[in-house]
Design a protein around this ligand. Structure first.
Ligand SMILES: NC(=O)c1ccc[n+]([C@@H]2O[C@H](COP(=O)([O-])OP(=O)(O)OC[C@H]3O[C@@H](n4cnc5c(N)ncnc54)[C@H](OP(=O)(O)O)[C@@H]3O)[C@@H](O)[C@H]2O)c1
Length: 197
């Protein structure tokens, strides 16, 4: 699969490492431009390459891993996502967990990403835990998903299960992303590992 990464810091690199290991074509991008990613791309090896934000955004699955202050602007900079999957890995430190009826940061983002199928994942744990591997000595690492498009979640579930993560669907963005949201969400700020029966 061809996957774009927008934001190649702690979280973007963690995703890229797993996806390259899985044999996927990964286009990494950041704010500073492709040249600044040369060393990272060489280190990742496989089918990783650097591109512009717009090149990364053109891939069929796109991971958004930028500071939340930039997230909506980046999402809105694409005129039409045309049904492509946008993985929201961001956390909004500026806002508390929204009250009943108030939109979550992922819902706000989805509102700005015209035509994107937004799935929130990868945000609930520290980037170092995400990077450390999908299999620990004691079990497999859990990735929570929330999103309003069942097919998009299915595509991502197959992608990440093949990388040996355990995928747990928390339902639509309006409910699931509240549980994942960091800080404040009850499932956030820690990594979960499943133990085999
Ligand atoms: N760190 C964690 O443990 C953790 C865990 C879960 C979720 N998160 C969330 O994940 C997101 C990324 O965190 P991080 O720790 O990976 O941040 P980071 O290491 O600071 O990396 C941020 C990346 O975003 C890029 N960027 C910033 N503005 C951009 C723009 N307008 N267009 C394109 N790229 C842009 C930066 O590019 P340049 O380097 O060129 O400036 C950099 O590559 C945040 O929303 C954070 O809250 C973080």
């Amino acid at each position: 699969m061809e996957i774009g990464i927008i934001g190649s810091g702690n979280v973007g690199r963690a995703f890229a490492g797993h996806l390259v290991r899985g044999g996927h074509e990964v286009v990494l991008s950041n704010n500073s431009g492709p040249e600044s990613l040369r060393e990272l791309v060489a280190r990742l090896g496989g089918a990783a390459r650097a591109g512009t934000v717009q090149e990364a955004a053109a891939q069929e699955v796109v991971v958004l891993a930028v500071p939340s202050a930039a997230a909506s602007e980046v999402a809105a900079s694409v005129p039409d996502w045309s049904g492509r999957i946008l993985v929201d890995a961001t956390n909004d430190f500026s806002a508390p967990v929204p009250g009943p009826g108030e939109p979550t940061s992922s819902e706000v983002l989805a509102g700005r990403a015209r035509g994107a199928r937004v799935v929130k994942t990868g945000n609930h744990m520290g980037a170092a835990d995400l990077a450390a591997g999908s299999v620990r000595t004691d079990g497999n690492v859990v990735l929570f998903f929330s999103g309003d498009d069942a097919d998009a979640k299915k595509v991502l579930a197959e992608l990440f299960e093949a990388l040996e993560f355990i995928v747990v669907d928390l339902g639509p963005l309006g409910t699931g992303s509240r549980l994942q949201q960091f800080p404040g969400g009850p499932l956030s700020g820690r990594a979960f590992v499943t133990l085999p029966l």
